[in-house]
Design a protein around this ligand. Structure first.
Ligand code: SF4
Length: 378
């Protein structure tokens, strides 16, 4: 991703939080706040009024009233109108996400969402992703909320009734493996392929591993290993959109590949975003919410310091992201002989998490300077 050029920026404010605390949540455990509309407007105004040293403002700004669960607040309709009012033209989008919690509780929500998707769906089609970890017990464990599985089934039904295609994502874990036969049967019993066809859409299900950062780092022991792939039923693989292609490679294989990789991680996202949590702390959206990425605090540091930190990439994590060699991270944090399956970028995220924890504990030496420069300040 190119360096940010001030053409556009999204600002996502976690006004209400999330009803869940998923075991795999890459954002980590966050407190649920209760930010007022007035405070949200105030943040938006500060971003709109910001100018750089040359007097230039950010060309286009998009404001989002959520950063975790969309539409979790009861006044979600007003908040959506607020986002449209405050954002630059074309900067308000709806991604393939809705509140599963609300879908199961608010009968009017799916129809409202279908109308919103008609005009603002990011890729022009109405689709909503729903995450499972397997059947009821393991999904409730994964979402960390009793009733989450039942909510997801009810949400699926309500989405289809409203003309929105549900897309099921199955997060594979060691504890979920034994239930995938039953999970596959459930997909057929719910007749999801035909019911989606009847609304002119295709039902998609896919299976993948979780990223070992944020909360996901804490359940790394649940990561599937090389030998576990054979335990995934063929009947499930056959109906999964990408088969089992999303599982990456065993860590020991990736470590060999990384041994001579002298490029930095360069973690990035497909959009330029700053997220602001319930404590008004701001983070770039390229990685987990963690102290080594933190840009500053809206109330105590101000928007100017935050935007400059984002633009100039001066947080320890952002500096390291462009300087530490992947080979160095692999040497320090790789587990030789580990058969755990990772997508390469996910394994790099785990290394960056481990680097960040070490950094915060002051364990960094002076050997991270790449291009021959010591960078003890990373
Ligand atoms: S993964 Fe999504 S639904 Fe789960 S805790 Fe994180 S933000 Fe909430």
């Amino acid at each position: 991703m190119e360096k940010w050029n001030m053409e556009q920026l999204g600002v996502a404010v976690d006004m209400a939080g999330c009803p869940n605390n998923c075991q795999h949540c890459w954002l980590g455990k966050q407190k649920n706040g209760s930010m007022s509309v007035c405070e949200f407007r105030n943040i938006a105004t500060q971003f709109k009024e910001w100018k750089d040293e040359n007097g230039n403002a950010i060309t286009k700004l998009g404001f989002s009233t959520w950063h975790r669960e969309p539409d979790f607040r009861d006044d979600y309709r007003e908040l959506w109108e607020l986002e449209k009012e405050l954002s630059s033209p074309g900067m308000v989008k709806r991604f393939e996400l809705l509140s599963i919690w609300r879908l199961a509780r608010d009968e009017s929500y799916a129809k409202w969402a279908a109308d919103v998707f008609q005009t603002h769906a990011e890729n022009g089609v109405a689709t909503c992703q729903i995450s499972f970890f397997g059947m009821e017990e393991v999904t409730d464990w994964g979402v960390n909320r009793k009733g989450a599985f039942k909510d997801s089934i009810l949400a699926t039904n309500r989405l289809i009734e409203a003309g929105i295609a549900p897309r099921w994502q199955l997060f594979a874990t060691k504890r979920g493996l034994g239930g995938y036969d039953q999970f596959t049967r459930m997909i057929h019993e719910l007749d999801l392929f035909k019911r989606c066809e009847a609304i002119g859409r295709e039902f998609e299900v896919f299976i993948n591993c979780f990223s070992p950062e944020g909360n996901g780092y804490l359940i790394d022991s649940e990561t599937l290993e090389e030998g576990d792939l054979s335990k995934i039923p063929q009947g499930l693989i056959d109906i999964c959109r990408d088969g089992i292609e999303n599982f990456g490679k065993p860590e020991y294989v990736l470590l060999d590949e990384m041994a001579n990789d002298n490029s930095p991680p360069n973690l990035s996202a497909n959009m330029y975003y700053i997220s602001i949590n319930a404590d008004y702390d701001a983070y770039p959206n390229i990685a987990e919410i963690a102290p080594w990425w933190r840009l500053g605090n809206i109330k105590t540091d101000g928007v100017d310091a935050i935007i400059r930190a984002y633009r100039d990439e001066i947080t320890p994590g952002m500096k390291a992201n462009h300087t530490i060699h992947v080979s160095e991270l692999a040497r320090r944090y790789g587990v030789k002989g580990s058969k755990k399956l990772y997508d390469k970028s996910d394994l790099v995220c785990r290394f960056m998490h481990q680097w960040g924890v070490d950094f915060m504990e002051g364990k960094q030496g002076r050997t991270y300077g790449m291009k021959g420069q010591p960078t003890a300040n990373l």
